[in-house]
Structure formats: structure tokens, C-alpha cells
Ligand binder design. Sequence first.
Ligand SMILES: [Fe+2]
Length: 315
Amino acid sequence: MTEPRVTGIRGVTLAVRDLDESLDFYRDSWGLAEVGRMGPSAWLRATGTEHHVLTLSQSPQPGLLAVRLAAPDKAAVDGLYAKAIAFGADVIDAPETLDALMGGGYGFSFRTPDGIVQQISSGVEEHASRIDDRKRPQKFSHVVLRAANYPQLRSFWMDLLGFKLSDETDGINFLRCSKDHHSVALAKADGPGLHHMAFELPDLDSLMYASGHMRTKGHNLEWGVGRHSGPGNNIFSFFIEPNGFAAEYTTEMFQVDDATYPKRSKEWWRENRPNGGRDAWQMAPKRSDKLVKARLGQLTQEIMGCDAAISKVLA
Ligand SMILES: [Fe+2]
């Protein structure tokens, strides 16, 4: 029997100061579509068939409430739950049928050692068709988390959830759970938090249209458009969303598989990519100070994770 593991990232759940303001941003500027709203929370989809890629919940303090991960089937969910228990993880609830309003499925949630809630699910309902618009995000791409206890967190993601290390620089570990070079990355930091989140556009042309649309809506391009000359080799443009979080459009994420992707070291990056992680095209102006602060969590006072009752409602 193969080891149960996570095989995809569905999206994230954010606490936001003003739901209407954030909905306006993510729907009218960022390009997602609302699929449901209940009380202080709303769910948004991308153009792909994933039920939702972003959950917003109004709160006095913004923060990353949860990362939503996919497992292939019920057996994998049960297997990961057993592993979480054996690992001594802070499990919030046992696997159960999830609320149909949010796509249903079967899953459970728990906290990482630095307090970020993980929701693992299988069988979540998908939309019958894609939204035919290439100028909008098609899926959630990746989340980068600030990690205070870097080695402990890395073990948690790799040994418990089955992520593999794609690349390592001095400051960031890039972890994969699918063909995408990274779905999660851990950035060394003083404390936990959301470094940035990224949504995928179909191609460069799409990303340029989406980025241009953001500018016409009055949002400043904080970095890009560029291509990371390092881990992932993906094209990027960065903006700041209304709560002070860094939000990235990306495309052309490097596709890898376990058989062919070389194991690279920090030294590999130092020797071969002196510009590692920066713009390979050398066209993008320097990152804005505001983006640097956003990724360090200095634009907002974040809360992390949420209690069990809230996590069920927000799935
Ligand atoms: Fe990124």
C-alpha cells in the first residue's frame, strides 16, 4: 500500500477586515467569481472546476485562517488522519462529511506546529464547466508561509503530508505535492504568517491582461512582470490586496516529476543562479518597499488559524 499523501492545494481561507471591500477586490479586480455567501463569509472560485479557491471571512483582524489541501480519496484522508494522530499533530476534528454548501466532500483539519490550520479533503464537488475567460486566474497556485521553526515545519509538511523538497535557497524551501514545482514554500522568518499567495493564469498573455486590468482598477504593480530566475522558473506579478497581504499572479510554473527532477542544494543556487529568485529577464524594477513589508507581515497585524467551530463553517 502506498503512503497516504496530499496531492494538491485547493486554496486558502483569509480573515479580512471588511468582507464587502475584499469581495470587491477579489471579484472585480483580481478576477475570481463568487460562488456562495453566508453571514460574514464568502467563497470564490477561479475559472477552473475547483469548487472554490478562496474563502473570506470578516474579522476585526486579518490573517491566514487555513490552507486547504486535496487528498485523492477517502482512504487517503483516513490514512493522513491516522498519520496526523501518530505524528502528535494538533488535530481539530476527525474525518467527516463536509458541508454541501461549500462543495461537500470528506475531510478533517488540524494545526501545524506554528498554528496554521490545514484542511485536507477528498471528493469535493467540482463545477460542471470552466469559466471561458483566459484573462482571469484559473486555479490557486501556491502559498508561501513564513516559518519561525523552519526544520520542524519542513518535517511536518514532508514527513506527515508527503510533500517533496523541490529546491532550497538560503531563505526558502520549495515543496511540491504534484507536478507543479511548488505548491507550498516555507520562508525563514521570526514568526509565522502569510508571506504571499499566488493564483495561476493560463499563459503570459493572460497574466499581462490580468495585471493590466489590476492597474486600470487602481492597484499598483509592486513587482514584475518578471520571471523568477530560480525555483519554479515561473512568471510573476505582485500586488497588495486590501488587508495588506501580498498576492501574486503567476504562470508557466515549472512542471517536474520525481523521476527526473534533480535534487538541488543551496550551493547549487549560489553557484548557478547568483540572481536566484529574482527576475531572469532583468526587466522588472526592484521590488517595492511595500511588497517587502507585506511579505514580512509588516503591513498588517495577523491572526493565525481559527477554532474548531469556525474551521468547519469555513471549509
Ligand atoms: Fe510565489
